[in-house]
Ligand binder design. Structure first.
Ligand code: MRU
Length: 358
């Protein structure tokens, strides 16, 4: 997708400099900075501090993290230890473990002198596959937007939470892919962008990327979605997910659950877009999903531009106040209208998922 008219992906391998390139998302929307990852520690840190974020992109970064580990030290113990540290860098998005496991499986039994080439090819394949899957999610989700437009004959208003856009994947995004496809087809769309406190991924990233693609959007405070739905100003919701269970329960950015409840109460279709790499086939009970709890500073401080256009971080809460910063919640399957996947749209249930993924 485009930044200032130029096509980018969110991660790529720079052959000339033998480094992994990322867009540092902690600096957006005020600064567009491309950063080099040169060691596996760089990859782990990028995931932890959220220079890269979003389930599919975390997976891609972890895959390249294995490549960087091999470049540093082609030693089985070091590679194994690095793979474990990568998996532990963030707990909720299943794509992280999925990508590292896929890399390690591919590398098992490979000769030392071929290890780097096999790893690099596989990391590239993981990223290429994600691009294809996200594109197909878009084509499948487009049908829903088209249907609404054909009935309404007016602009389709879509509400989204967090950033499940191209910045969260390698390209296209999950929740945003149907929106980009609709826009390309000439269907008028407008996006309600949940700010997504505390890190403001909606305001800082989703609105930013939609602006760059010239898609009309409006940032709203997280609590505004309910009244907009009551007023008939939301035609559908589309969100992403960090882990979807085989039961159809969906774990996503904190606040998603409340949007799904409001959508149910107002008969607004609530869709979740995901590539199959986000499905956790092993956990049945959503209470077993590890929910990340992040640093309380994400709540108590906020970053922005001062009058001289310098980025400043300021404290907004009383020093003595306690904070709690849970990063994800779970939306039970009964509130999800459908799952938009690379293979088609299905019911959020065991039966629905089984039909698509044998
Ligand atoms: O904490 P983040 O910013 O990594 O959370 C991201 C989300 O919750 C996204 O909605 C999810 O990863 C889907 S990305 C296509």
């Amino acid at each position: 997708m485009k930044i200032e008219g130029k096509e980018y992906r969110t991660i790529w391998f720079d052959e000339q400099n033998q480094a992994v390139k990322i867009i540092d998302q902690t600096k957006l929307p005020h600064q567009f900075i491309i950063k080099d990852l040169k060691t596996v520690k760089d990859s782990i840190n990028a995931i932890k501090v959220m220079e890269v974020r979003g389930a599919p992109l975390i997976g891609g970064t972890a895959a390249y993290g294995i490549v960087l580990a091999i470049m540093e030290k082609n030693d089985p113990n070091f590679i194994k230890k690095s793979s474990e540290e990568l998996i532990q860098s963030r707990p909720t998005a299943i794509n992280l473990k999925w990508a590292v496991d896929r890399m390690m499986k591919k590398l098992s039994g490979v000769n030392n002198n071929e290890l780097l080439k096999v790893a690099l090819d596989e990391a590239k394949a993981i990223c290429e596959e994600d691009v294809k899957f996200c594109e197909n999610i878009g084509l499948n989700g487009l049908k829903i937007i088209e249907e609404i437009y054909n009935k309404k004959k007016d602009k389709v208003n879509i509400l989204t939470h967090c950033n499940a856009g191209w910045l969260a994947t390698i390209n296209w995004g999950t929740a945003t892919s149907p929106i980009y496809h609709a826009h390309k087809k000439g269907i008028p769309v407008h996006v309600w962008v949940d700010e997504t406190r505390p890190r403001n991924q909606g305001a800082n990233l989703t609105s930013y990327e939609l602006n760059e693609e010239k898609i009309p959007n409006t940032i709203i405070a997280d609590n505004t979605g309910g009244i907009l739905m009551q007023r008939g100003e939301v035609d559908m919701c589309i969100v992403g997910t960090d882990r979807t269970l085989s039961t159809g329960d969906v774990c996503n950015k904190i606040g998603t659950y409340l949007k799904a409840l409001a959508a149910k109460d107002n008969n607004v279709p609530f869709y979740v877009a995901l590539p199959s790499s986000t499905i956790d086939w092993n956990i049945e009970n959503f209470k077993d999903i590890p929910i990340e709890e992040r640093n309380s500073e994400e709540l108590s401080h906020i970053e922005g531009l001062d009058e001289s256009n310098n980025v400043k971080k300021v404290r907004i809460y009383p020093k003595k106040s306690k904070t709690m910063n849970l990063a994800f919640d779970v939306t039970p399957a009964k509130y999800v209208t459908g799952l938009i996947t690379e293979k088609g749209i299905c019911e959020a249930s065991k039966e629905g998922l089984k039909k698509l993924f044998k």
